[in-house]
Write a protein that binds this ligand. Structure first.
Ligand code: KIV
Ligand code: ZN
Length: 512
């Protein structure tokens, strides 16, 4: 980036604020894969989790910290020594660790949540930063609900946090209440009135309750913010966080206007978005900017005519610039390994040699069943392989018997990893219910089925059915996804993959 452009840091919190949103939980394997994608995308900082919130979270932050080398890995901590100790432990192996400490500064949070006076908040913030600074040089301090706080108090707390060693101070709009003009003024005020602000980076973190998360983040950049916190697909608490892809592309497309940019490799955006959709099961709306199904579709005749004559008539950026491949090469059962590998490269799906073996074999199976294998089919194969956990139970075979006059019965045979096979027949309210009941009896667990969603990967009658299930037990959640040309089979695969994720976690990963 030339000197004429300010480089805005991207702090991604998909794995923390995003993951803590209802329905967005990920298992540790999935988090690791998302972390690898974020590294490839070029984020400056990734917040990998909240280590003190659960032993599972601590473990996944530790796993991510152990493999990510090209960006900072942050762990969120309340302003408490026990949280900071957990953060320190989780980040011990990080190449570039960051401890992210937060404490609320708004009157409503201080009075009703913290039951602390402003002076006590200031003192606790300072002692937390000082404590963390003994183990980690890169400390970020966030004033939770900053926008609804007294700006002078935020400046005082930020000044004290910087004096105690914070290198980044973050002013969130925690409840998504700000208007862009106001938020810009607020950030400018902090920039102008915080003592020693030139010694730290000023960051923002905007929620989307009024649909203004991105607009407020962009206003903050205009007002001098150095870092933006955001998530892939805008997932996050309630209405979500500001979306990374929208912020990055707004700055990239309007670089001259902002005189600012990021170091994100935008061609990795689409695959990062697909991966997050896939592992959370939370789809983006079709008209979502940048990554929605229709973001680059031109339906009206007059638009199509214009785009054919010159794409710039109706396109302010190209699909390729965000990693959407327009190469329509068709793969089928006669396609060889070279063509397959080339397609993976075009789609930005780099895989290890071992995964390539597995995925290529699955591609051949699929190509036998379907005439044409689409990019979406290939993406699904690769992403499933990347986030797969070891299989405690494997599907051997299944059958269902159903009709309008009779109840349904399902027969299933599963193979346990220790070699024994178990077969069971169960009655149920429809074929899926009967099969899921049979699986529960075989595995000896009865999780709640929180979500069962079925769709098609592409739109033809030979399309593959894609099933997403979410199950839970004792407050813990697991996701599963299954793809097959048969919808009952895709449902079984999805349910089994959730069961396997549950077994993997409940039985202790090391035992597997
Ligand atoms: O929304 C918020 O205020 C947060 C902080 C913990 C940064 O997520
Ligand atoms: Zn937040």
């Amino acid at each position: 980036m030339s000197d004429d452009y300010r480089c805005i840091k991207i702090f991604d919190t998909t794995l923390r604020d995003g993951e803590q949103a209802p329905g967005c939980s990920m298992n540790s394997q999935e988090k690791l894969e998302v972390a690898r994608r974020l590294e490839k995308l070029g984020v400056d900082v990734m917040e990998a989790g909240f280590p003190a919130s659960s032993p599972g979270d601590l473990e996944s932050v530790r796993a991510i910290a152990g493999v990510i080398k090209d960006c900072s890995v942050a762990g969120l901590c309340r302003s408490l020594e026990k949280d900071i100790d957990a953060g320190r432990e989780a980040l011990a192996k990080a190449a570039s660790p960051r401890i992210h400490i937060f404490l609320a500064t708004s009157p409503i949070h201080m009075e009703y949540k913290l039951r602390m006076t402003p002076d006590q908040v200031l003192e606790q913030a300072v002692s937390a930063v000082k404590y963390a600074k003994k183990f980690c040089s890169d400390i970020e301090f966030s004033a939770e609900d900053a926008f609804r706080s007294d700006p002078d108090f935020v400046c005082r707390v930020f000044g004290a946090a910087i004096a105690a060693g914070a290198l980044t101070v973050n002013a969130p709009d925690t409840v998504g209440y700000a208007m862009p003009d106001e938020f810009g003024k607020f950030i400018r005020y902090l920039k102008e009135h915080t003592p020693n602000i030139e010694k730290a980076a000023l960051s923002t973190h905007c929620h989307n309750d009024l649909g203004l998360g991105v607009a407020n983040s962009i206003a903050a950049v205009r007002a001098g913010a150095d870092q933006i916190e955001c998530t892939i697909n805008g997932i996050g608490e309630r209405a979500g966080n500001a979306s990374l892809e929208e912020i990055v592309m707004a700055l990239r497309v309007r670089r001259e206007f902002f005189k600012a940019d990021t170091r994100i490799d935008a061609t990795q955006i689409y695959q990062a978005s697909r991966l997050v959709t896939q592992v959370t099961g939370v789809k983006v709306q079709p008209n979502k900017a940048i990554v929605g199904e229709n973001a680059f579709a031109h339906e009206a005749g007059i638009h199509q005519h214009g785009v054919l004559a010159n794409r710039a008539t109706y396109e302010i950026m190209t699909p390729e610039s965000v990693g959407i491949s327009k190469n329509q090469m068709v793969l089928g059962k006669h396609s060889g390994r070279h063509a397959f590998e080339d397609r993976l490269k075009d789609l930005g799906l780099a895989v290890s040699a071992e995964t390539l073996e597995k995925v290529f074999a699955e591609f051949k199976d699929l190509a036998d069943k379907k005439k044409v294998v689409s990019d979406r089919d290939i993406e699904a194969l690769v992403m499933d392989a990347a986030v797969a956990v070891p299989e405690t139970w494997k599907l051997d075979h299944w059958a269902v018997n159903t009709g309008s006059a009779l109840g349904a019965s399902g027969t299933i045979r599963l193979q346990h990893k220790d070699g024994q096979a178990k077969k069971l027949v169960s009655m149920g309210d429809g074929p899926i219910d009967s099969i899921f009941k049979a699986i529960n009896q075989i595995v000896g667990r009865e999780p709640e089925l929180d979500l069962y969603e079925i769709g098609a990967i592409t739109g033809s009658s030979s399309a593959q059915g894609e099933t997403m299930v979410k199950i839970s037990m004792n407050g813990r959640h697991w996701n599963g996804r299954g793809v097959s040309t048969d919808v009952v089979e895709s449902s079984i695969k999805a349910y089994l993959s959730a069961i396997n994720a549950m077994e993997w976690e409940l039985r202790g990963k090391s035992e597997q």
